[in-house]
Write a protein that binds this ligand. Structure first.
Ligand code: C2E
Ligand code: CA
Ligand code: CA
Length: 449
């Protein structure tokens, strides 16, 4: 144990520097110790290793077994780590299920390999908690002072990056930090690779965000939003993976999967006689310009016997502005059949009044950025302007991203009643959505199959 730790503990600071659950030293102690050890080693020319260890899929244990069991796993895990680490090292619990071993006076890199092998070997067999056998694995990342960096924050960051690299390449193993791991391209590379099998592995799913007429709290539509929970990366935001799927063209397969899934769900809800109004799908520009978009959408509606009025598509204004005449005509045909087209994120970028006259759409979705400063008179005037314009163009307006009662009140005063946002409902599961349908339609809620 480092001298500084002994001094701090002698001063009676145990509570401040120890983690209440495991009794290990905490993050605060880690910083103080590391600073001192680094200072010392500049004079002694000793190498130091930071070994970051994180339990794999710990969140799932917590969800599946409850937090009390999660705590028991953490206690058992730290006990076994403590029993393994060599004399010239100290272990810290940094946060949650993340631990760092500070390995001082490192003379031979092999001693790190031996320690990591021993840690991993330790969890080959299940651990036993209250007679329950639990299989856990851990992923490890290592950074070395001064080879990787002489900066304290970088050293910490690098061992965490190496640990995350291990998680995304091969859980239950260890890796030394390499500079390419910091490269954001690396995550992009993994996303590209992992997306490819995401449909087959059933990693994609949908959540739904209802839209309401705020005056009566009446359901007026539902937006379907894509979710991806990857085996290696965990949940990845659509904001991150959709642009990559667009780059690779895989968005076409995702789009087909999504249209099929939505139509199948609608058909199932129709059989239960739910009044679901319209379900809106986000459509990427790559899908819109593909030759098969319209035919595929219509074919799938037909296959599941869906009334086109039950389907809407959301396209961003940026995309709508760029499409050519034949595509415009195709979209007009969809509107004529009954499929709604919404301009998504309206006002987020360059809105040109010009294009509103020529493009095919029947809904404007005002972007949530308008709500940031909704108290300001200029913003109110802009929303009024859009409302007036929409009545001339005979289209519906929905405001998205509504989060507060104040926003609801101001919007309704401006005559804008259609809203979507966390104030009403966050995106919800299919199961939760069915509850919303049932509340909307208590009498119709009879199965007709
Ligand atoms: P979007 O189409 O503008 O979707 C609305 C986003 O705002 C959703 O994020 C939603 O969860 C979030 N949101 C809703 N209400 C509120 C609120 O009150 N406050 C705040 N701060 N946010 C709110 P999400 O689900 O992460 O989707 C992000 C974007 O990813 C979407 O933006 C859309 O562009 C894209 N996306 C999502 N699903 C799909 C899909 O199935 N296909 C395609 N092509 N793109 C999708
Ligand atoms: Ca949208
Ligand atoms: Ca939007």
């Amino acid at each position: 144990m480092s001298k500084i730790i002994i001094i701090l503990l002698q001063k009676g600071n145990n509570k401040m520097y120890c983690d209440y659950l495991t009794g290990l030293f905490n993050m605060q102690m880690f910083y103080i110790t590391l600073k001192n050890v680094l200072k010392k080693s500049i004079f002694t020319s000793n190498n130091i290793a930071l070994i970051c260890i994180d339990i794999d899929d710990f969140k799932e244990f917590n969800y599946a077994m409850g937090y009390i069991w999660g705590d028991k796993i953490l206690m058992e895990f730290s006990k076994s780590l403590k029993s393994i680490i060599p004399k010239n090292s100290t272990i810290f619990r940094i946060e949650g299920d993340k631990f760092i071993i500070l390995f001082e006076e490192l003379t031979n890199i092999n001693s790190i390999n031996e320690l990591c092998d021993e840690i991993l070997l330790n969890y080959k067999d299940p651990i036993c908690i209250n007679d329950k056998q639990i299989h856990i694995t851990a992923s490890i990342g290592i950074s070395i002072f001064p080879d990787d960096s002489m900066d304290i924050d970088n050293l910490i960051r690098y061992c965490e990056i190496a640990m995350n690299y291990t998680k995304s390449s091969k859980k239950g193993s260890y890796n030394y930090y390499k500079h390419f791991m910091s490269d954001t391209n690396y995550r992009e590379f993994i996303i590209k690779q992992e997306l490819l099998g995401s449909i087959e592995r059933e990693e994609l799913s949908l959540v739904y965000q209802p839209q309401f007429d705020a005056r009566y709290n009446r359901l007026i539509g539902v937006e379907a939003l894509l979710r991806w929970n990857n085996r290696k990366l965990g949940p990845v935001s659509p904001n991150e993976f959709i642009p990559i799927a667009e780059q690779t063209g895989y968005i076409l397969e995702i789009g087909n999967w999504l249209i099929n899934r939505i139509c199948k769900n609608i058909s199932c809800w129709n059989k239960k006689s739910y009044d679901l109004s319209t379900i809106y799908i986000n459509v990427s520009p790559i899908e819109i310009i593909s030759d098969t978009f319209k035919s595929n959408l219509l074919y799938t509606c037909h296959k599941y016997n869906i009334n086109p009025f039950q389907i809407g598509i959301e396209i961003t204004e940026k995309v709508l502005m760029k499409i050519d005449k034949p595509k415009i005509n195709e979209l007009k045909e969809l509107i004529n059949i009954g499929i709604s087209i919404a301009i998504d994120d309206f006002g987020a970028e360059y809105s040109s009044l010009n294009y509103l006259m020529t493009l095919p759409f029947n809904i404007i979705k005002i972007d949530k950025s308008f709500l940031n400063n909704i108290n300001c008179e200029k913003n109110k005037a802009l929303i009024l302007c859009i409302m007036n314009l929409s009545s001339i163009l005979k289209c519906k307006v929905i405001v998205e991203g509504v989060e507060t009662k104040e926003q609801v009140d101001i919007l309704t005063n401006l005559g804008c009643n259609n809203m979507q946002g966390f104030y009403f409902k966050k995106p919800i599961s299919q199961f939760e959505l069915e509850k919303v349908f049932k509340n909307e339609n208590p009498k119709k809620n009879v199965h007709i199959i």
